[in-house]
Ligand binder design. Structure first.
Ligand code: NAD
Length: 444
């Protein structure tokens, strides 16, 4: 019977391990962060992810899921070992492989019997082979050159905020392997998904690795494209929602990811677009489209600051309320959240920012905004109504459900100004004007 260890218990590792244990498999979650592991052992979830706490509790109780910071225990206790550690962007946009290679090395240093090493982290094409060579080298040094092992690529496509659902009902499962035996073991692991007719793509290591980057870069391109059309709509007096709806009805285009906003953010699209440009560079292929997407997306975020400045006339001495900090609703992840450059831009132009987010404020206060909190230019508030009190303008950055039904009358009374910048097009321009707001959306 298969048993699994997952190296790295972050957003992907924890969701993967928990969902696989829910499928009935024995799973060990391992992380170098001992405090995270201690919290997980107590049943405390270090991230905000809807549906996850109940699933972790259930599977901890059943004994199918356990956590350790001991790599030897994780390696000894399973025949399949998933690597789900971070692959952050390096200074030059290249993919920082330190954690993946360290995880592979620590697996190899503790292996005493046959293993399948499954890479779930998003990694440049060629990593599977690199991991294989690394493991082989360590085993040779340990006098275990005869020990058989396989390396498989199994990129993950879940979205934070709906990660459990995405893992349980994926659009597809991609498995890159070099032999049928390893591919069959992977099919066993995902048997529950196989039985509900989830499409499986069995392919090579290299192709699987590239599928992930190509998918994320395409999604980033779609968002960036509609943002550019939205900017044109703003200038030309057209309605981007009608444009996007009509475009999306064309089956060749599809309706998803055509919602304009302040530019994509998060822990995946920014780093994976940079990563793909860097991978292209390494292979002598210029990724012109993706390069332009990165440039346009950065400009889109800064454009939001210009929009607010144009609306208010002058940002000096203004108080701006920012609603939503996380890069999207239903997550506490602040990595590459557009709220950060927008707030930094407002502060650089002389404004003070009062912000509220239902779950991301602790992470926001630890990151790039911390120095501004120290000077008093940025402060977090107890709720959305405290944030808007005395504000010249409201900027809706993240479309949490609780911001979709604001008490607009109360808002108007608490604010000292009337400007409402709706960077997610949650509200109707006509309604907002009737309620006395000076409203600006994106592209309509
Ligand atoms: P994360 O930063 O949330 O978690 C990574 C975890 O790995 C951390 O807890 C860290 O302590 C641990 N770690 C680092 N080095 C380790 C080592 N040598 N041994 C054991 N543990 C180690 O990262 P994440 O968001 O879960 O992303 C993981 C990978 O999955 C990345 O490659 C990412 O691109 C990819 N991915 C992420 C998402 C997402 O939505 N977050 C979706 C799909 C794919």
């Amino acid at each position: 019977m298969n048993s699994i260890s997952i190296i790295g218990t972050g957003y992907v590792g924890l969701v993967t391990g928990t969902c696989l244990s829910e499928f009935g498999i024995r799973v060990i979650g391992m992380d170098v962060d001992a405090s995270k592991i201690r919290a997980l052992q107590r049943g405390e979830i270090p991230i905000y992810e809807p549906g996850l706490p109940a699933l972790v509790a259930k599977n901890l109780e059943s004994g199918r899921l356990r956590f350790t910071s001991d790599i030897a225990e994780a390696v000894a206790g399973s025949n399949m070992i998933f690597i789900a550690v971070g692959t952050p962007p390096g200074e030059d946009g290249s993919v920082d492989m330190t954690h993946v290679l360290a995880a592979a090395e620590s697996i190899a240093s503790h292996m005493t019997d046959t293993k399948v090493i499954v890479n779930k982290s998003t990694v440049p094409v060629g990593t599977g082979r690199r991991v294989k060579e690394l493991v082989r080298g360590v085993l040779e040094r340990r006098g275990l050159s005869g020990l058989a092992f396989d390396v498989v690529s199994n990129p993950e496509f879940l979205r934070e905020g709906s990660a459990v659902r995405d893992f349980m009902h994926p659009d597809r499962v991609v498995i890159g392997s070099e032999n049928e035996k390893a591919a069959n073991l992977m099919r066993d692991i995902y048997n529950v998904l196989y039985l509900i007719d989830t499409p499986f793509i069995f392919t090579t290591l290299e192709t699987a690795e590239l599928i992930k980057y190509a998918s994320n870069a395409f999604l980033a391109t779609k968002i960036t494209f509609i943002n550019e059309i939205a900017n044109l709509c703003d200038a030309a007096g057209a309605d981007v929602h009608a444009v996007a709806k009509a475009m999306g009805l064309d089956g060749r285009i599809g309706k998803y990811f055509l919602h304009p906003g302040p530019g994509y953010g998060g822990s995946c699209l920014p780093k994976d677009t940079h990563g793909l440009v860097s991978i292209g560079r390494d292979h002598g292929v210029k990724m012109t489209v993706v390069g332009a997407v990165i440039e346009a997306n950065d400009a889109q975020t800064l454009r939001m600051v210009d929009k607010i400045e144009r609306g208010l006339g002058d940002l000096r001495g203004r108080t701006v309320a920012v609603l939503g900090l996380a890069f999207k609703p239903e997550t506490d992840d602040m990595r590459f959240a557009p709220a950060v450059p927008i707030i930094e831009g407002l502060i650089a132009k002389g404004s003070r920012v009062r912000a509220f987010d239902p779950v991301a404020m602790p992470n926001a206060s630890r990151g790039a905004l911390a120095p501004h909190a120290a000077t008093g230019a940025f402060r977090t508030c107890a709720d959305e109504y405290e944030a808007v009190t005395g504000a010249d303008a409201v900027v809706l950055v993240t479309e949490w459900n609780q911001f979709r039904h604001l008490d607009l009358q109360r808002l108007r009374e608490l604010m000292s100004g009337r400007h409402f910048f709706d960077l997610r097009n949650v509200y109707e321009p006509k309604d907002m004007a009737e309620r006395g707001f000076v409203y600006a959306g994106v592209g309509r």
